[in-house]
Design a protein around this ligand. Sequence first.
Ligand SMILES: [Zn+2]
Length: 353
Amino acid sequence: MKPWSAIFPLLLVALCSAPQVFSEAAPRAPRRESSLPAIARHPKTSAQIAQTKAILSSARRHVEVLASDRARGRGSATDDEFAAARYAAAQLKRYGIQPAGQNHTYFQRIPLDSMIRPQRGRAFYRGKTTTNVVGVLRGSDPKARHQAILLTAHLDHLGVGPAVNGDTIYNGADDDASGIAAVLELARVLSLGPRPRRSVVFALFGSEEIGGYGATYFRSHSPFPLSSFIANLQFEMIGRPDAAVAPRTLWLTGYERSNLGSTLAAHGARLVADPHPEEDFFRRSDNYGFAKRGLIAHTVSSYSLHQDYHRPSDDVAHLDFVHLAGAIQSLIQPIRWLCNSNFKPQWHPGQRP
Ligand SMILES: [Zn+2]
């Protein structure tokens, strides 16, 4: 899979002013007109180029903070996870997103004792607290604002663990700092334009890696009744391209189960079906608990089954920031359309879990 820089000479010109990203990437001859994705066929406006630059530098900063060695791998239900939560909350505050956690804060602090059944022998987590970050962009339409789109990712990763090649920090750059960056960037960009008609809830869940306790807690402490959520998109591992799909393309778990993916694709999202159905990813992330409650909930990813999964080598150096920025940008217009439309996605017959 070629990085963005090989596909968008126009983009390259614009972004070369940010040498920290592209010094190594030499522009290549543009491909045949018809093979270029729509966005390349129609040269980018200066506003679009400016937006891409902003997403690229902002998403990179989020990942570099959240997946740095200092972040110590954001271990589930640790102070490191809470530190990541505080960083994310500070960003949401900067973007003017309203706090929707406990006591008018962005946080849902969750004692794991209340979540973990004693016989599960998770003594290590006894007395520990995990954290969700929750914010809301209230819709502008008096009626539609009672409906909401739920955009999520998970905050935690594996923390500090057994050394691999002398490295004990499981940075979790792709899993899931890239997803957190997507949720924060969508919050930033959606809060910039005219307020959407429907409300948008941004949630970052703690303790996904140890059983999804943050998402479970959220379902019974949601700022909106679960029935008012039109759809949930969980962002997981979008920091590196997947050669199993076309360039600059993301895939959706359980794509065949509802008309959400196909409808977003019809509105410009570069979104296709999960090319790894044998991995059963639909059930392996926080979306699944929502789907079981009837909510149209899927995970967006471009995970290529790379060798760094759940290893210390899932770090910033292995990420493709051009891919990440492109992935985020490709979803802005389709998600903005969803937030302003009356469209309600549906499960296909017999496909609701
Ligand atoms: Zn993950």
